[in-house]
Each structure stands twice: as structure tokens, then as C-alpha cells.
Design a protein around this ligand. Structure first.
Ligand code: GLN
Ligand code: ZN
Length: 758
């Protein structure tokens, strides 16, 4: 019998119960027992779901109160000194203080850093390593959960972040080679595995996704050493790799002295045969064959064609799984009533993906006739998707085919454009602007809710938004900003707002995916050719411009961000979808220009995030991504000024691509890096204008004039003053008005001080 299992499931629950339980606990509304009780209930439900789907083992340890990396960190007793952990067990309040700086009990302290988990939109808490960091088993959560599963009659497969991946993700606090800590780390992993074996756990899954990255030889060698130590510690070990091809790590992974290997055959289908060839004759191969990162129904017939020979070679040593943890997709499609009924049958969420695995296993074990009904249903859904006139639109294809190379090039080089723009816009030295959004107040959110629920009419809603624009414009004029924005009051989210107005995008009713902690996002689904039936932002921008003599900046989300923060169709390369979005944006930009908007910003905060994990694949991505941006933005006259904005980015290794965007102005987040991010621009002799953020918008603190002026002087030491702008790090939507006004007043004062000194 072919074993099916999952690397992990979403944690939040169908009604986001975990979110509400966590937030209730953090606020002090409920106690610890209520939170832990709710967590136990969710785990039980998720194990039942696996058993019902036919999983041989239920996965234990994928559930987390905040993050699975933090779970491992706490388990290893790696608590930074500022949390004043007395030793013993790491209690949940210490755990929550590490994640978010505060908890119902214990002194607040700086939270640990949070960053994206590989190329996903899930964020993990970064472990901090002190020099000579020690390790000690400090949390029994995994053993308790195993006992919980066993008490419910389940066979448990325990899962945890593997030692090399955990160490790789950790940040040393000081200059030392963290790999030297491995020898201290392994005994605690050994202890954990031994305890699991003592509980009768047959398998432990150790997640090592760094095997899909470029690894230095020392790290590759460390894999062999580590697993040699751990192999005899307890249960059979399955090393799980995902998010990409193994490439030069393939033989290392295949030959590790463990009982099983999981490979991601969705992102690297071409490697499956090679993995088989290298696999020792006793090892289990878990083939990640349905996409754990995306929501499309799998082509089961095609998979069976590929898996049948694998099954013939491996027999019962073949296991089937999703490509990675199902954490990255919503929990259940069936009860979702919000999604377009034509598109719904084309999709599969976590529960449906487990059912797909069951169908595959059944057909492999007993022949396709044994799974005839499920296979027929899949065939019908896929055929409908392929034939749908909403997926393939001749006019979109024809337009893309007609794109000429000059369409993605501005008419003149930056230097002559800059002269036209200066003459038209009449901006001072060190012009001031903001990144787009102003506070999304409770009143704005209430108006949107009321409008969506039909409690207020469209006209009343639009008038409420116009009132917000009037307010934002009046504030900016009073403060003396140079390039104004309308404030984005009418946007709930920078992707959803545009997706909802574009053909080819669909939205789910309840398709929540965890982003970090208790925060979830509901990514749209790009299912078909993208087209813009009507202008999306022009009326708002034109209204805002009518209120002021200063230039009003139009505000759009760029093609890469529109892709990366959505579930993207899998039936054509991302590049083509990006170009379709770019053409829709190109029309919007030209409409804005024709309506008298002279400055247009195209936000690309996800530009870097979408970059492939492997360096060898980056060049091709950066080339098409930059081309998509230019295809969107290059159709304007020389005097129209194109801005872009990026945050939370390192620029060193992508600076050539940033220059390749040929935006007239780029605004970036730099305040927290003390302008060091600008070194990449200076070193490259970046030719266009830059607005390095002078204050961090994540804090309500009002930045001082002198501090911002000092930062800009640092900037001017790297980039000529004539090419510098003064602006915050990012949009202000999460701030309140009083601190926003105070901060911007100081920012304008800082710019004036700089001009006076120039
Ligand atoms: N224009 C957007 C805003 O100001 C940009 C947001 C972002 O960079 N993430 O909110
Ligand atoms: Zn930003």
C-alpha cells in the first residue's frame, strides 16, 4: 500500500479559531488554559482530517502557537538574554515575548526579528545566537502533542525544523562562524529524537529546505556529519526538502544516512528520476507531487503516468505527499461560498489536496478503475478549465504578441527626461513626498464595511472617500509637501484593490493563509488572461489633483507584486502573466497621464521577494521582471515622472536590475539601515533619482528634524543632492493622523534645512 502523508497543515482552523484565541489571550480577555484548549481542539480536528483522507501517520509538531522555527528555538533553550529567562521550561509568555515583544506576563523587550520563510509570504521568527551559545532541551511541547495524538488513537509522525536549516536561519550576534555551534546542537536534537522513540514514534520528519539553496561545501559536509550522529538516536528519520531543485545537493541528500527522503517534485519534476537513481535500495522516497504552494487542482492522470514507473521501482518504499507543508494554502475549499462557481472546481485547498493524494495512492495500488469516479471528476474540471473562454482570451494573446521591443523603453534617456520633468514640475532641491497611503482610520474601514454590506449606497461611500482625500490634500498643503498623494483611503489592500477591477483575478470567501503569528492574508487567484475593462484609479487621482496646484502622484501596484502576492495560474509561465498585468497597467498609466497626472508611482515591494532561491536562476528572472515593469511604465512622455517604491529589500545583488527598471525616481526603506542600503546605489553609480526613507513608519514615535537632516546628509555623501528626495520609509496607512502630521512637519523642516545649507 502506498503511504500518503502531509508535511504539515494550516493551523488557524476553518474559522481562524487560533487567531481569535491568540488575540484574546494577548489582550488578557482569556486565560492560558482557554488558549491551550483551543489549540488542542484544532490539532485533534486536523489529525482527524488526515485520518479521514487515509494518511497512515498523522503529522505532529506542524501546529504552532506562533511559528515552527520559534518552536524549535524555544525547544533548544535559545532565549536571548533580554528576555531574562531563568532557565527550566520556556513558558508560553516567554515564547510570545520573543515573537512579539510582549505577553500577558513578563517584562516587554525588543521582539526577535521576523523575516520571510524562503520565497513564501510566511514569516518566521529569526533565532539569535550568542557567542558560545549553549543548547538545552527546554520545552516538552512536541512530546505532549505526540501523547495527545496517541491518546486519540493515531500513529504519529513527529516533525521539526532540521538542525542545519535551523542553524542556517539563525543570526549570530557577533562575528563567529555559526556552523561551529553544530556540535553543541546535535546532542539536544538527539535527546529529542530519543524521547520520541521512547514514546513509540516510528518516524520523525526533519525539514531541511536549505538543501534547495546554494550551499557552501562546509554546510554540505555538515549534513553528512549531523545525520550520521542523529540516525541512531531514535525513530526512523525522513529528511524533507522542498521549495526547489536539489541540484548540486542532490547526491548529498540522497545518500544521507537516514531512512527516508522527501523531494519536491512540483518545483523540480525533472529531478525525480535522478533522485531515484541515487537513492539507496532501502530508503523510502516521499514524492511531493501535489502543489503545496498553490491552489490548483492537480492533473491526476498526468501524475499517475509519471508515478507508475516510480511505484514499480520502489514498491512500498514510495510515499506520496504535497510538495511542502500545506501551511501555504487555505484549509478547505468545499465550504467556501465566496468563490466564483465556474472557477471553484478548478481548485484544491489543503483538505482537497489530501484527497488527491488518496486518489493517486488508490490508483497506483489497485489500478485506475479503482479510483474511476475521482479521476473522472478531475478530468472534467481540468477540461472545463482548459476550454474556458475566461482563461484564454484571444485579444489578450494578440496584444501581447504585438508588443515591440521599443514599447518597454522610454523615449529618451533619463538625463533628458529629467530636464523636461524639472521644467514642468518646478520642484525644489530635496523635494518632499510620501509613499502613498495615509492613515486607514476606523471611520474609513467602517464606511467600506457598510458599503460592502449594502448598508450605504455607492454615492455615499464615494463621497466619504472624497472627504478623506480633501482632508489628506489639505494636510499636505498645510505642511508644505512638494509632491502630494491622494492617500489611498479607497483601497483595502494594494493587490486586492486592483485585482478586483481586473479580469482574470478571482477572490475566495474564506481562503485565509497565515502570514505571521495571528495575521492571515487572503491572496487572490489569478486564473485567466488579465485585462482591464475600465480605468481603475483615474477618477480618484483626477479629483485629488483638482484640489491642488501641486503635482498629485498617481499610485499603482506593479506587475511583480500583483503576481507574487496572489495564487498565480500554473498553465503558463509567470513571465507571461506578468506581461499581461503590465499591459493592463500600461493603459492605466497612459489614462492617468492623459488626465493630467504628471507623476505616477508603480509600487514593487515584492520585486526582490519573487527572486528565485538559486543564484543561477536569478538573471533570467530579473530580466523579465524589469521588462514587465518597463512595459507597464515606459509608454509615457518624457516629462511624465515615473516613480517606484520598494521596501525591506537588500539591493546589493539586484542593483543592476533596479537600474534596468529605468524609473525616474525610486523610494526605498533605509531609515533603519542608517542609509547603509544606499551603498549599493553609490557603488553602482545608480544614475536616476532616489528617495531614501528618512523615518521608520512602523513606530508611532515622531522623528526629530535633526535626525532626519543627518540621515539625508549621509545620503548626500553617497548620491548627488540634485538626485535626492525626502520621504518616509513606506506608506502611512498603519499610523494615526496626529503622529503622521507631526512626523511629516518635521520631515519638511528637515528638507528646508538641507536646502538652506546647500
Ligand atoms: N503605496 C503603498 C502605500 O503607501 C505602498 C505599500 C508598500 O510598499 N507595501 O501603502
Ligand atoms: Zn513600502
Amino acid at each position: 500500500m502506498t503511504v500518503i502523508h502531509t508535511l504539515g497543515l494550516p493551523r488557524m482552523g476553518a474559522g481562524r479559531e487560533l487567531k481569535w484565541a491568540l488575540e484574546g489571550y494577548w489582550k488578557g480577555d482569556t486565560d492560558r488554559d482557554a488558549l491551550l484548549g483551543r489549540a488542542r481542539e484544532l490539532r485533534a480536528r486536523h489529525w482527524d482530517m488526515q485520518v479521514a483522507a487515509g494518511c497512515r501517520y498523522v503529522t505532529v509538531g506542524d501546529f504552532s502557537l506562533y511559528d515552527q522555527v520559534l518552536d524549535m528555538t524555544a525547544r533548544l533553550g535559545v532565549v536571548p538574554a533580554r528576555f531574562a529567562w531563568p532557565g527550566g521550561e520556556v513558558d508560553i509568555d516567554t515564547y510570545f515575548r520573543m515573537a512579539r515583544g510582549r505577553a500577558p506576563r513578563g517584562e516587554p523587550a525588543f521582539a526577535c526579528a521576523m523575516t520571510k520563510w524562503f520565497d513564501t509570504n510566511y514569516h518566521y521568527i529569526v533565532p539569535e545566537l550568542a557567542p558560545g551559545q549553549g543548547f538545552v532541551l527546554a520545552r516538552d511541547d512536541l512530546f505532549d502533542q505526540v501523547a495527545e495524538a496517541q491518546a486519540l488513537g493515531h500513529a504519529a509522525k513527529a516533525v521539526m525544523v532540521g538542525p542545519l536549516t535551523w542553524l542556517w536561519l539563525a543570526r549570530p550576534q557577533g562575528a563567529f562562524d555559526k556552523l561551529e555551534l553544530l556540535d553543541g546542537l546535535l546532542p539536544v536534537y538527539g535527546q529529542i529524537l530519543a524521547r520520541l522513540a521512547g514514546q513509540g514514534v516510528a518516524w520523525a520528519q526533519l525539514d531541511e529546505p536549505i538543501l534547495a539553496l546554494d550551499l557552501a561545501p562546509a554546510w554540505r559536509a555538515a549534513f553528512e556529519r549531523a545525520y550520521h550522529v542523529l540516525q541512531s538516536a531514535g525513530p526512523k528519520l525522513m529528511v524533507a526538502t522542498y521549495f526547489g531543485a536539489l541540484e548540486d545537493n542532490l547526491t548529498t541528500a540522497a545518500k544521507l544516512p537516514v531512512a527516508g527522503l522527501h523531494v519536491d517534485a512540483v518545483s523540480a519534476p525533472e529531478e525525480l528520476v535522478q533522485a531515484l537513481d541515487w537513492l539507496p535500495a532501502t530508503k523510502v522516497l516521499s514524492v511531493g507531487c501535489v502543489d503545496g504552494r498553490n491552489v490548483w487542482r492537480a492533473d491526476l492522470d498526468a501524475l499517475l503516468d509519471r508515478l507508475a514507473p516510480v511505484r514499480a521501482r520502489l514498491g512500498e518504499r514510495l510515499w506520496l505527499a504535497p510538495s511542502c507543508s500545506l501551511l501555504h494554502v487555505p484549509l478547505e475549499l468545499a465550504p467556501d461560498t465566496g468563490i466564483d462557481p465556474e472557477i471553484k472546481p478548478w481548485l484544491a485547498f489543503a483538505r482537497e489536496k489530501l484527497a488527491e493524494l488518496a486518489t493517486l495512492a488508490q490508483a497506483l495500488d489497485h489500478g485506475r478503475e479503482a479510483a474511476a469516479a475521482a479521476l473522472a471528476e478531475t478530468r472534467a474540471a481540468l477540461a472545463a478549465r482548459r476550454a474556458s473562454a475566461r482563461v484564454h482570451r484571444a485579444e489578450v494573446g494578440a496584444r501581447l504578441a504585438a508588443v515591440r521591443p521599443e514599447d518597454s523603453r522610454r523615449r529618451s534617456p533619463y538625463a533628458s527626461r529629467a530636464a523636461c520633468q524639472r521644467a514642468w514640475l518646478q520642484l525644489p532641491l530635496y523635494p518632499t513626498t510620501t509613499i502613498g497611503s495615509f492613515p486607514q482610520t476606523a471611520a474609513i474601514r467602517a464606511a467600506r464595511r457598510d458599503f460592502k454590506a449594502g448598508r450605504i449606497a455607492r454615492a455615499a461611500y464615494e463621497e466619504a472617500m472624497r472627504a478623506e482625500i480633501r482632508h489628506a490634500v489639505a494636510v499636505q498643503e498645510r505642511l508644505g509637501l512638494d509632491v502630494l498623494v491622494h492617500g489611498e483611503a479607497e483601497r483595502n489592500d494594494m493587490v486586492e484593490y486592483f485585482g478586483a477591477q481586473l479580469d482574470g483575478y478571482a477572490f475566495t470567501g474564506n481562503g485565509w493563509v497565515q502570514s505571521y503569528g495571528s495575521r492571515c492574508v487572503k491572496p487572490p487567484v489569478i486564473y485567466g488572461d488579465v485585462a482591464r475593462p475600465a480605468a481603475m484609479t483615474v477618477a480618484w487621482s483626477v479629483y485629488a489633483q483638482s484640489l491642488t496646484g501641486k503635482p498629485m502622484k498617481g499610485m499603482l501596484t506593479g506587475p511583480i507584486t500583483m503576481l507574487k502576492w496572489a495564487f498565480v495560474r500554473d498553465d503558463q509561465p509567470w513571465r507571461l502573466t506578468a506581461f499581461q498585468i503590465a499591459l493592463a497597467l500600461r493603459d492605466e498609466i497612459r489614462d492617468l497621464e492623459a488626465a493630467g497626472i504628471g507623476v505616477i508611482q508603480v509600487d514593487e515591494p515584492a520585486f526582490r521577494e519573487a527572486m528565485p532561491l538559486r543564484s543561477g536562476r536569478r538573471k533570467a528572472y530579473l530580466a523579465w521582471a524589469a521588462e514587465a515593469f518597463r512595459l507597464a511604465s515606459a509608454g509615457v512622455a518624457d516629462r511624465t515622472q515615473i516613480h517606484t517604491h520598494m521596501c525591506y529589500s537588500e539591493f546589493n545583488d539586484i542593483i543592476a536590475a533596479i537600474a534596468d527598471l529605468d524609473a525616474d525616481v525610486i523610494t526605498i526603506e533605509t531609515a533603519r539601515s542608517n542609509m547603509e542600503l544606499l551603498d549599493a546605489f553609490a557603488g553602482f553609480a545608480y544614475p536616476n533619482e532616489i528617495g531614501p526613507g528618512v523615518y521608520d513608519i512602523h513606530s508611532p514615535n515622531v522623528p526629530e528634524v535633526a535626525a532626519m537632516a543627518r540621515l539625508m546628509e549621509k545620503a548626500a555623501a553617497r548620491v548627488p543632492a540634485e538626485r535626492l528626495w525626502v520621504n518616509p520609509d513606506c506608506g502611512l496607512k498603519t499610523r494615526a493622523w496626529p503622529e503622521t502630521e507631526a512626523a511629516l512637519a518635521n520631515m519638511v523642516a528637515a528638507a528646508r534645512r538641507l536646502r538652506a545649507r546647500a
